[in-house]
Ligand binder design. Sequence first.
Ligand SMILES: C[S@@+](CC[C@H](N)C(=O)[O-])C[C@H]1O[C@@H](n2cnc3c(N)ncnc32)[C@H](O)[C@@H]1O
Length: 354
Amino acid sequence: MSAEEVAKFYNNLHNQDVEDRQSSRIIYLRGFNNWIKSMLIQDAKAQINQVFPGNKFVTVLDLACGKGGDMWKWQKADIEEIIFADVASKSIEQCKQRYMEGRTRTGNHAAFGASFIVIDATGERLADKLPRPMLFEIVSCQFALHYAFRSEKHLRMMLYNISLNLKPKGVFVGTMTDAERIVQYLRRTNNGIFENDVVRVEYMDKSISNWSNLTPPLFGAKIKFALDTQVNCPEYLGYFPLLIEIAKEFNLELVFYRSFPEAIDHYYNKIDNRNLMGRMRALEEYPIDDERYNAAKENFSGYRKLKEEYDHAEKKRKEIQNSGERRSPYCIGTLSKSEWEAINMYCMFMFRKK
Ligand SMILES: C[S@@+](CC[C@H](N)C(=O)[O-])C[C@H]1O[C@@H](n2cnc3c(N)ncnc32)[C@H](O)[C@@H]1O
């Protein structure tokens, strides 16, 4: 899958309207992913505030930004300027439109400056496309770095672009699918296809004879990854230990790696983070009463009543009830088993430029 094919795929993706998104089976998973990105952006900004105290002019590169879904998270982080870059020109157009509309809503006053760049970050030099020579405090690459694992050359070009324009002590943050975790699921199959209610992963090399021993190559391990009805274009397995090693050559040292489940443990203790989780609808309430379910089910098909999808939630609820910790916990926040399996396939990370 070349960068042009990726661009074609994303350019052709129909522009799901809000209603569509609300009724998706993965409404909570989307909320959860947005919450994770908010946590990461918050971490990145805190780190920068610590390293560059008093620097009020934080500049960000959002590489593979898509339609700019993180724009308002960055606004909240109080940054000065952002460069949105993506290989899909239509996504960049929509991103720009979103920014302009946001400006209009806020009385023509943009809280941060923005520029928009169409670039294949795995094949072109970003420095040639920037509006002026720039150095970023933060580079962010959300849900996209795995595309660069097509080949060593592609990954190196991407890291070159990330590192060259990053200030020393600046941070590179991101989220991506995690090869090690996906391979664990694929090894349990007899045909290289892992599928549940919301996620489908298919390993494209069909010459494998023993799936329980699946050992993908470090680069070019092609998979098809689909969430809900939204089929993503073919992508590649990205092996994180390899990223750590190659990133060192670009002066990027790992600050932290967290699988998404580990991230919950890390961030959940802080009350503000928990509250944000509620506001972003990152968790589903379990159980929901019939009245609310009936009222909501047409709009939120994410609410599911399949017993096996919520066994874990029922168990936890009983555990809390029996422990006497809370008198009668009517509702707990949860995700369906299928969504949880999908979440297990991702990780978040931070690197620091030496
Ligand atoms: C799953 S979307 C993520 C979009 C956005 N970062 C987010 O979190 O919502 C992956 C994005 O990566 C972009 N992408 C893939 N390969 C790229 C490349 N070589 N250079 C720049 N962008 C790329 C795609 O066009 C797409 O917008």
